[in-house]
Design a protein around this ligand. Structure first.
Ligand SMILES: Nc1ncnc2c1ncn2[C@@H]1O[C@H](COP(=O)(O)OP(=O)(O)OP(=O)(O)O)[C@@H](O)[C@H]1O
Length: 729
């Protein structure tokens, strides 16, 4: 049965049939009785036995991702206002109302700039918090105010981010292992991932790497379907997708939208913003929400939209793409003042006609309560043990870093060429007086080169990875500490390899101190420094808004480390107020250790006049490094390294996404509900009416969301043990 899980349209009917069977509790309920091809993977664990299907508590907990609690979303009076430069207000959305139903694909369409993305983000609670943004209105889930705890939703962003060196199978496998409850066996998980892959039409590329700009991998459409798959793991009732077809050709767009239609058929509530689809894609929509200038021009069955506009005197010409027709109809034509005025009048008339229509007035089911009553049970969610998460994350990072041959070759070539260039410039330095300056120069540029190469590599990769990690953490897959720990552990050997290559080549070429112990220490000092620079890269990458800005900020930061790196400014002559800077310079710590390691016990030839520094001790005195040791410098470097990790961890924590919440209307509703509850309480003393869903103001942090989710988790054991009841619900 499961092997046949291809994406068959109409399979939703089957799923619904199955559901009604279960809900009835009759029959054996055995999976093997069911006929072909569900639109979603059916079950993670072996199906419940007859007793379980009949309602008894099953011995093996069942997690069935195909049967999500049905969710109807309703929204009313949505307003989205932005304070623009100069203090003016821009209305992005005004008086928007509508609904999205389970088992249906709702497309949000409209001309560019009409507010599609803003509406989608608002419905999904993904509008970035800002003092300039004001959101109002009400969003309900099955009749109660929407909260993170009372339904499970997923949001597929426009740009897909993955670990590029992992295969499709590994990507979904890791996501499943991180997100699914720990009681699900590895075999069940693998089977589930296999089904998900066939559902998404990714079987042919299951063992292909995702790829990136450097390494060819999946096509745009395949990546989009993989992104949908990653979100599907947690069995969300509602799926939001921001322009899922952007950047895809017509064929791939259709494949993606067909996948969405299948998900809807399987019982999910699917909402996608989309920009002028072709007619075959338009035909896949169940419902349509047309946005014109931030207002609703139509909401209802997609198949009835043309009739609605025909009745308003705007018939669609024959053989015309309905999506193009509708987009043109509600677009403002800025060609000339006359065309603008005419098109505005047309759009206004359309919007007003819709607002006045009975369909628009059909009340969304909006009881006056702010209670987030748990009418819906969220799907169980992973709270795996830290060690298990750590293991998974180490394996993922290890695969990413060891398989990235292109980056490894580039780093190898860069380190080798630097070593050879330095080797040629400082070739066999000897013991003359001028070799003292050469030695100091070589050790300084070696410290700078090692730090720069490590920093730039981290800056180029980490900001993108951070986005991915933040996304995963939004799904509460794992805490930051195991993530960072796993990353460091997995990258340790590869990270150490490059400074070792550089040092191994440059040292003998330049004729540095011939003692093998000094050679080994030289390599150790450079390796530790490269980790310190990489950790600095993590800290910069944690705050930089993009990879580009990280690459701009990083060198500016390292420049301070270079200036106070020990050669350009003598530590003793640094102004008192800036004395802390050399102490935190990773280049200084490395340079100092390298110089002491090189100079101790070395003798130099006198110059022509029989003068000059004759011993390494003289050089150390002159540089001001005679007051410390290699060991102390290495300890300093270790402290700098740990401080950078600590900084990176805290910056990542502080830089988490914050989302704006519905403001005025929600606050008013909460107040009204509170007043109502108070009145009720007075009326029936001790009735204990609840009115306090304190979601009034401002900003919801992920932490707050997590707390809500944690509360929902109390139901998890229940869910685990009562899957048939959940399915029935
Ligand atoms: N943070 C913001 N600051 C200023 N203007 C904004 C902001 N967010 C949205 N807007 C404006 O709101 C309007 C709607 O934007 P939105 O991105 O929702 O439109 P859209 O229909 O999705 O457009 P497109 O199809 O081009 O992506 C646009 O005029 C946009 O410039």
């Amino acid at each position: 049965l499961l092997a046949g899980a291809t994406a068959a349209k109409g399979a939703g009917a089957l799923v619904r049939r199955v559901r009604s069977k279960r809900a009835g509790g009759g029959g054996s309920g055995s999976e093997s009785e069911l006929e072909p091809t569900p639109s979603l993977p059916r079950s993670l664990a072996p199906a419940a036995d007859g007793a379980a299907a009949a309602g008894a508590r099953p011995k093996t907990p069942v997690y069935d991702a195909s049967v999500v609690p049905p969710v109807t979303l309703e929204w009313s009076d949505l307003g989205y206002e932005i304070t623009v430069k100069g203090g003016g207000k821009k209305t992005v959305l005004r008086g928007v109302r509508g609904s999205a139903k389970p088992g249906r694909l709702l497309a949000i369409m409209g001309p560019s700039g009409s507010g599609k993305t803003s509406l989608l983000n608002m419905l999904a609670g993904q509008v970035a918090a800002s003092s300039k943004v004001k959101l109002s209105g009400r969003i309900m889930v099955n009749g109660v105010d929407a909260t993170a705890a009372n339904h499970r939703q997923a949001y597929v962003e426009q740009n897909d981010q993955f670990y590029s060196m992992l295969t499709v199978n590994e990507t979904l496998g890791t996501a499943a292992a991180l997100q699914l409850p720990a009681y699900i066996t590895a075999e069940s998980r693998d089977a589930y991932v296999g089904q998900l892959i066939s559902l998404l039409g990714l079987s042919k590329v299951a063992e292909s790497r995702v790829g990136n700009e450097k390494v060819r991998g999946l096509s745009g459409g395949e990546k989009k379907r993989l992104a949908i798959g990653c979100e599907l793991i947690s069995a969300p009732s509602v799926m939001f997708l921001d322009e899922p077809t952007t950047g895809l050709d017509a064929f791939m767009s259709e494949q993606v939208m067909t996948t969405l239609q299948q998900l809807a058929s399987g019982g999910h509530t699917v909402v996608a913003s989309i920009h002028q689809p072709r007619s075959s894609i338009f035909a896949l929509f169940d419902d349509l929400l047309l946005v014109a200038e931030g207002r609703v021009a139509y909401q209802g069955p997609a198949g009835e939209a043309l009739a609605h506009f025909g009745a308003l005197g705007h018939p669609c010409p024959e053989h015309y793409n309905p999506a193009d027709f509708l987009a043109d109809l509600i677009a403002i034509d800025f060609t000339s003042p006359e065309t603008e005025a005419a098109s505005r009048a047309r759009v206004d008339a359309i919007v007003e006609a819709w607002a006045a229509s009975s369909a628009a007035a059909a009340p969304a089911h909006m009881p006056r309560t702010a209670s987030a009553a748990g009418s819906l049970v969220p799907a169980p969610r992973a709270r795996g043990r830290l060690l298990r998460q750590f293991g998974l994350l180490v394996r993922r990072s290890w695969r990413q870093v060891t398989r990235d041959k292109a980056t490894a070759v580039a780093r190898l070539m860069s380190n080798l060429s630097s070593a050879l260039i330095f080797g040629a410039i400082y070739f066999r330095m000897g013991r003359s007086q001028s070799s003292i300056q050469d030695r100091l120069g070589l050790l300084q540029v070696s410290a700078i080169n090692t730090a720069m190469s490590s920093l730039i590599k981290t800056l180029g990769v980490f900001p993108t990875e951070r986005v991915l990690v933040q996304r995963e953490r939004r799904r509460a897959s794992y805490p930051l500490v195991p993530y960072l720990g796993a990353k460091l552990l997995a990258e340790l050997p590869v990270g150490a390899f490059f400074p070792l290559v550089f040092g191994s080549v440059v040292y003998p070429l330049c004729g540095l101190n011939p003692s093998p112990a000094r050679y080994a220490k030289f390599l150790g000092i450079l390796t530790l420094e490269s980790f310190s620079a990489s950790a600095l890269g993590l800290a910069v990458g944690a705050v930089a808004p993009s990879a580009e800005s990280a690459v701009a900020i990083g060198p500016a930061v390292i420049l301070v480390h270079i200036v106070f790196g020990g050669l350009y400014v003598n530590a003793d002559s640094v102004p008192r107020a800036l004395r802390w800077l050399p102490r935190i310079s990773l280049i200084k710590a490395a340079f100092q250790a390298l110089v002491i390691n090189e100079m101790e016990g070395l003798a130099f030839d006198a110059d022509d006049k029989g003068k000059g520094m004759r011993t390494g001790a003289d050089v150390l005195h002159w540089t001001g490094f005679d007051k410390t040791t290699v060991r102390a410098s290495v300890k300093t470097q270790a402290r700098i390294l740990l401080a950078h990790y600590w900084l990176a961890l805290n910056l990542l924590r502080a830089n988490k996404a914050r989302y704006a919440q519905l403001e005025a209307a929600a606050a008013a509703e909460v107040a009204a509900a509170a007043a109502e509850a108070e009145a009720e309480e007075e009326a029936e003393a001790g009735a204990g009416a609840e009115a306090g869903a304190a979601e009034g103001e401002g900003v919801v942090e992920e932490g707050a969301v997590e707390e809500e989710k944690a509360a929902a988790e109390a139901t998890e054991a229940e869910v685990a043990g009562n899957a048939p009841q959940l399915a029935a619900a």
